[in-house]
Write a protein that binds this ligand. Structure first.
Ligand SMILES: NC(=O)C1=CN([C@@H]2O[C@H](COP(=O)(O)OP(=O)(O)OC[C@H]3O[C@@H](n4cnc5c(N)ncnc54)[C@H](O)[C@@H]3O)[C@@H](O)[C@H]2O)[C@@H](O)CC1
Ligand SMILES: [K+]
Length: 352
């Protein structure tokens, strides 16, 4: 009896489920005819879209930066320390995954530009040494601002060599670096890269197939809003966006982290972007690309994202990426869903 009621319930549920766009499911009223049957309530259930990043334009990023330093009164030093720590954490994450042996100390080359993006690199290098790595910094156009002089001194005090230009044997030895950090230009870059960064970027482009290149905030040489419109072709494997991804990140195809966990919520609202959900005490979160699913896969993906949000976990870390096991998981999900819906249908029946 229960089994037949269940199967009737299932067929009605299936027939009355209509999918509109991905992530939105509308359940039409189902009419159950006969004694004890009643009108099932109609529900319109909107499941949130998968976690899609929001983007900041170059102008908005600069305005937000200025506002952070005026309204909440952060100092550049504070923000740069957190940004650089986030960069170090992202670099550590990807390097540890590929580390061949705990006995081999990873060596990181950090290439710093003339502005604050370069400052993030100086901070990151110091933290990476504190994490147990070896670092070498290339810093061709050094800022004379006291904070930058201090950062450089702090690096040297940690035993980090700070070079004026790329190592002569860079081409031969680029594969020896566990990662190369591109901390050359951030959101204030415009035009064509000038000397000496033009040739450094060309050398980085040639090395990008043999070394793991991690760009800070923006892949250097890319237009901040549009991407590599200059056709320069530099393409890092990893990007760590600070505060929020800039427009160019839409064109980025590699591993994407977001860091810079310091924005007060009212600025998030004002600048219309969404801070990612950082796990635990972490300074960074990796944004996993969510493939465009259709049919039952879309329904199940939306369910997983909703569940992750409800559990306050990171949707990126759900089994969304383990597609092999989806069918089995989906079958279990359907069973669970059916049992829950049947129980509530029975409860409503008893009420009537
Ligand atoms: N709010 C945030 O998220 C924070 C951002 N920070 C970092 O600050 C960066 C922005 O810093 P800045 O505004 O100093 O700018 P950038 O570091 O992007 O670069 C500015 C420097 O690059 C030079 N430059 C620009 N175009 C050039 C070209 N075509 N050829 C050669 N040189 C060129 C400029 O003359 C200037 O010296 C961000 O991208 C981020 O990395 C952090 O340090 C602090 C917090
Ligand atoms: K960069």
């Amino acid at each position: 009896m229960i089994a037949s009621a269940r199967s009737l319930f299932r067929s009605i549920t299936i027939r009355t489920s209509i999918k509109f766009v991905a992530g939105t499911e509308a359940r039409l009223p189902g009419l159950l005819i006969g004694s004890g049957f009643a009108v099932l309530c109609s529900t319109l259930k909107t499941t949130p879209a998968m976690t899609e990043p929001t983007y900041l334009s170059a102008a908005a990023a600069a305005a937000l930066d200025a506002e952070l330093m005026s309204e909440p009164g952060f100092t550049l030093e504070q923000l740069m320390e957190l940004a650089g720590l986030a960069v170090a954490e992202a670099v550590y994450t990807v390097v540890e995954e590929r580390r061949p042996s705990p006995q081999i100390k990873p060596k990181i080359l950090v290439i710093c530009g003339p502005g604050n993006n370069g400052g993030d690199g100086l901070v990151a290098a110091r933290h990476l040494v504190l994490f147990g790595y070896e670092c070498v910094i290339v810093y061709p156009k050094r800022s004379s601002k006291q904070h930058f002089v201090n950062l450089q001194k702090q690096c040297e005090d940690m035993g980090i060599a700070v070079l004026n230009g790329m190592p002569d044997d860079f081409e031969d030895r680029s594969g020896e670096y566990a990662a190369i950090v591109d901390s050359i230009f951030g959101f204030s870059f415009h035009g064509e890269p000038r000397v000496p960064f033009d040739s450094i970027l060309l050398r980085l482009k040639k090395a990008q197939d043999s070394a793991l290149v991690v760009s800070v905030d923006v892949p250097s040489g890319w237009d901040v809003d549009e991407g590599d419109v200059g056709g320069f072709g530099f393409s890092p494997q990893v990007l760590i966006s600070l505060t929020a991804p800039k427009g160019c990140a839409k064109k980025f195809k590699g591993r994407h982290f977001v860091g810079g966990r310091f924005v007060p919520p009212y600025l998030e609202e004002k600048y219309q972007f969404r801070m990612p959900k950082y796990p635990g005490t972490s300074q960074v979160v990796e944004l996993k690309r969510v493939p465009k699913y259709t049919g039952w896969e879309a329904e199940y993906a939306a369910y997983l994202a909703e569940k992750a949000t409800a559990e306050q976990s990171t949707p990126q870390k759900t089994s969304l990426v383990e597609e092999e096991s989806w069918e089995a998981q989906y079958a279990a999900y359907l069973q669970e869903k059916e049992a829950t819906e049947f129980a509530s249908y029975e409860a409503r029946n008893e009420e009537l």
